[in-house]
Design a protein around this ligand. Structure first.
Ligand code: FES
Ligand code: FES
Length: 215
């Protein structure tokens, strides 16, 4: 029994009282009627995915990743974090890589989307896919579709002279060096730690050594 300032309370009484007030606060408010279900707004979007035209009618909140995976059944792109932290969902849109979990599908009217399935398939691998196999650039493979899409786009960025945080100069042509590649691939996380093998695969495709010099 607890006794303070003339108030007497047992431990059991305090616990019962506490749970009663929790129950009260979680009850629905008064006799308010349930709001009628409202259909979420939908919109049509036409885009080209891996060379094929597709028109979808989607809830406007659908991400490009969910449109690809759930509506087009292209499950190569993976959902790791669903908020732009891991890179598993990387695809290319009009030749540039993006995190498809961070982009609404309806924003891509008329866009050309390339997923891992569009780069190559068994029997007809893209050179980057073949290099990942040759250099053991994966273990569980969950991050791999995103890594490969990113790696292809990274070499295109370097080729096009797009500078990165690791570039010594904003105007000089960047090299496909270890430093450049590591920096540009830093948004693609691999929980298996295949990073050094991924780098070897990228060098093989770029035809460069660790310093970025042409082999
Ligand atoms: S699922 Fe898109 S960044 Fe992780
Ligand atoms: S290969 Fe397993 S997460 Fe990268």
């Amino acid at each position: 029994m607890i006794e303070r300032s003339g108030i007497q309370a047992t431990r059991r009484g305090v616990l019962v009282g506490g749970s009663a007030s929790v129950a009260l606060t979680t009850l629905p408010l008064g006799s308010a009627e349930a709001a009628p279900a409202v259909e979420p707004p939908k919109m049509k979007v036409s885009l080209q995915v891996n060379g094929k035209q597709a028109t979808l009618e989607l809830d406007t909140r659908t991400t490009l990743l969910d449109a690809l995976r759930e509506h087009m059944h292209l499950t190569g792109s993976k959902k790791g974090c669903d908020h732009g932290q891991c890179g598993a969902c990387t695809v290319m849109v009009n030749g540039k890589r993006i995190n498809s979990c961070l982009s609404l599908a309806v924003m891509h009217e008329g866009d050309k989307v390339t997923t891992i399935e569009g780069l190559g398939m068994p029997g007809n691998l893209h050179p980057m896919q073949a290099a990942f196999v040759k250099h053991d650039g994966f273990q569980c493979g969950y991050c791999t579709p995103g890594q490969i899409c990113s790696a292809v786009a990274v070499l295109d960025e370097i080729e096009a002279g797009v500078p990165s945080h690791a570039s010594a100069s904003l105007t000089a042509r960047p090299q496909a060096s270890n430093a450049e590649m590591r920096e540009r691939m830093s948004g693609n996380i691999c929980r298996c730690g295949a990073y050094s093998n991924i780098l070897e695969a990228m060098h093989e495709v770029a035809g460069t050594d660790v310093a970025g010099a042409r082999a």
